[in-house]
Ligand binder design. Structure first.
Ligand SMILES: Cc1ncc(COP(=O)(O)O)c(C=O)c1O
Length: 370
């Protein structure tokens, strides 16, 4: 049994706020903050003499992240955010053919492709969902790449990656997943799902804060001539520093190019340790429980919601359909209740640091405001 009160203490922000916005920007966990801070403490005291220790720590975290998503260590690169990862992928796949994606993706998913004039086609949602059959209908012979979010930011629809990956595999389509609105909470096994590329930011459900993202590159794409940029640490022997020998390594870390952003990587490491300790099944159950509870309580107010009924498509996000969401967000903020205005209303998201009390406080405030 998980002691959720203890987990909540990992997030001191909960003492001040009813924080129902991890889909926007999550608070960091203490586990993450301590690791980030440790780096600065070490650098204050020891300068750069910890370089080797920090590199070693970075590699351990790479291994942990790989394990977290069912990848191999060599397939993981650290980035700064989702857009960073998506840009790299869009450049790597520049000449592969047309790309199909979902109509209401977050622009980090689409702008990197638009920016280089890739041909993009969209799947339209059906009742705020993207059924595999609808996607399949749009997979015309010119489509070579499928890009989707695991969880959609403006509806909370969660895609069945295993089924979609199977379809891509059968059709020889390159499968790219933006896992930003899921990573940390909803498990993903990149091999089982036949994913070619996956990226995320640590800012949201991963609770690792700003400045850290991850990029998974399936081994079959790890060919040095495919990488769009390089730096002194992209080669097999960075210490050699031979300007005539661009001996690029066959690992996803090639994209890190120069000195690592240690504090952010370490914060992610701390966050991953916390999730590992709680256990994936517990995390999923908790977030789905809270999401269902929010749905029930919002519906009881007579407000319609956008949410998926089936657990497999449900996430930590729910939209309460109200007409003036921005105004309501402000009024809730005045009461120290944090949500956001997205899609067709108020986006309410709840994570492992929330509890039933938070939800009752939100409902009470909404009753007063509305
Ligand atoms: C699905 C999705 N991807 C990416 C982002 C953020 O992009 P980035 O990490 O590039 O800042 C968001 C933010 O709301 C998002 O919802």
């Amino acid at each position: 049994m998980v002691d959720w009160n203890k987990i909540r203490k990992e997030f001191p922000v909960c003492e001040k706020y009813v924080y129902l916005n991890p889909a926007g920007g999550s608070p960091v966990s203490k586990s993450a903050a301590i690791e980030g801070k440790r780096f600065y403490d070490e650098m204050l005291e020891f300068g750069d003499t910890y370089w080797e220790t920090w590199l070693e720590r970075t590699e351990n975290i790479r291994q942990n992240l790989a394990q977290f998503i069912g990848a191999d260590k060599e397939e993981i690169g650290f980035t700064t955010n989702t857009s960073h990862g998506m840009n790299l992928v869009a450049q790597m796949l520049k000449n592969k053919g047309a790309m199909l994606t979902m109509r209401d993706e977050f622009p980090s998913t689409t702008f990197p492709w638009l920016n280089q004039n890739s041909e993009i086609k969209f799947v339209e949602p059906v009742h705020h969902a993207y059924p595999i059959g609808e996607i399949e209908k749009e997979l015309t012979s010119d489509i070579k790449i499928l890009v989707t979010s695991y969880v959609q930011y403006s509806t909370g629809f969660r895609q069945d990656l295993e089924k979609l990956g199977k379809l891509c595999n059968e059709r020889g389509i390159i499968f790219v997943v933006n896992a930003t609105q899921a990573l940390g909470i909803f498990p993903v096994d990149v091999k089982k799902c036949n994913i070619d590329f996956l990226m995320f930011t640590g800012l949201k459900w991963a609770t690792a804060g700003y400045g850290i993202g991850g990029l998974y590159i399936n081994k079959k794409w790890l060919k040095p001539d495919k990488f769009p940029f390089a730096g002194w640490r992209s080669v097999n022997e960075p210490g050699k520093m031979d300007n005539l020998d661009l001996d690029l390594k066959n690992e996803a870390s090639v994209i890190e190019s120069g000195c690592p952003h240690f504090p952010n990587i370490f914060a992610l490491g701390g966050a991953l340790n916390m999730f590992k300790t709680i256990g994936s099944e517990n995390v999923v159950d908790r977030v789905l429980f809270l999401n269902r509870l929010i749905e029930k309580r919002i519906r009881a107010l007579g407000i319609d919601v956008i949410v998926q009924e089936k657990d497999i498509h449900r996430s930590g996000i729910l939209i309460a359909k109200i007409s003036n969401p921005k105004e309501i967000v402000g009024k809730l903020m005045d009461r120290n209740i944090i949500v956001s205005a997205r899609g067709e209303g108020l986006r309410i998201s709840a994570s492992i640091f929330n509890n039933e009390d938070d939800i009752e406080k939100l409902i009470h405030a909404l009753k007063e405001i509305l």
